[in-house]
Write a protein that binds this ligand. Sequence first.
Ligand SMILES: C[S@@+](CC[C@H](N)C(=O)[O-])C[C@H]1O[C@@H](n2cnc3c(N)ncnc32)[C@H](O)[C@@H]1O
Length: 272
Amino acid sequence: MKRTLNIFCQILLAMAKHPRLFAKAMAAVPSMGAAYAFSRAYRDSVPEASSSVSESKNPLMEYFQNHQKGPGLWKWEHYFEIYHRHLSKFVGRKVDVLEIGIYSGGSLEMWRNYFGEKCHIYGVDIQGACKTYENDHVSVFIGDQADKAFWSTFRKSVPGIDVLIDDGGHTPEQQQITLEEMLRHLRPGGVYICEDVHGVFNRFAAYATGLVSELNSIAFAPGSVYQSKATQYQSAIHSIHFYPYLVVIEKRLVSLPVLSAPKHGTEWQPFL
Ligand SMILES: C[S@@+](CC[C@H](N)C(=O)[O-])C[C@H]1O[C@@H](n2cnc3c(N)ncnc32)[C@H](O)[C@@H]1O
């Protein structure tokens, strides 16, 4: 009951704060419902894994499978293919990697093994016991990811991050605050991964859908219907990817000042 009341208050607050945006979001609700109904009823088939259709070799998956002893490592198995897809470009390079959520230290070792000896790993956890995983290649910060002051101190100590993996407390509030405090701190070309976005109509997934919306923002430059000046956000954020329980955000390596759609060719149909 308390939770329902809280949600209701948040809705009223959002309506009062951003009435036009709220109306737009409300107009999108039937489409979201239709998409959910479509996906629930979806029937399709793709081949099962076999020797002819197999996933390509994945060093992270191999590491996980071979890691039977030592510091505990706890991941959903399907994450490894996604990590490798977005993170392989950093392997062997001088990169700064931050993982929120250390638990038993196994993932910090895995990242070091994957990215190589030029990388530096930063770990954040709310539990002081995790300080034990600190060494020459791994720096550990103890704090609450939902605490903005903690991130302010963190940013002063760590000048930049190339990869951020949020595997901390997993509440939508913690995930949102971490993103709002740290996305700007990610270097150009950086990759932001938020893990364990569980459940239908998860509130962090809804938040990330809002981030997607702004990627589609369009404002035609005067005198041209084929050009839209990129917002600072569009200029910095390359893409947002949704996977089961994961959201991945990639930053641009170089800015995108304008989105343009020029026509090339001399022969055109008359209807457009
Ligand atoms: C799922 S475990 C991390 C697993 C680890 N990354 C791995 O792959 O084995 C989650 C960790 O997040 C930490 N945590 C929970 N709430 C947190 C918060 N508010 N801020 C920072 N860390 C938090 C917990 O103490 C725990 O160690």
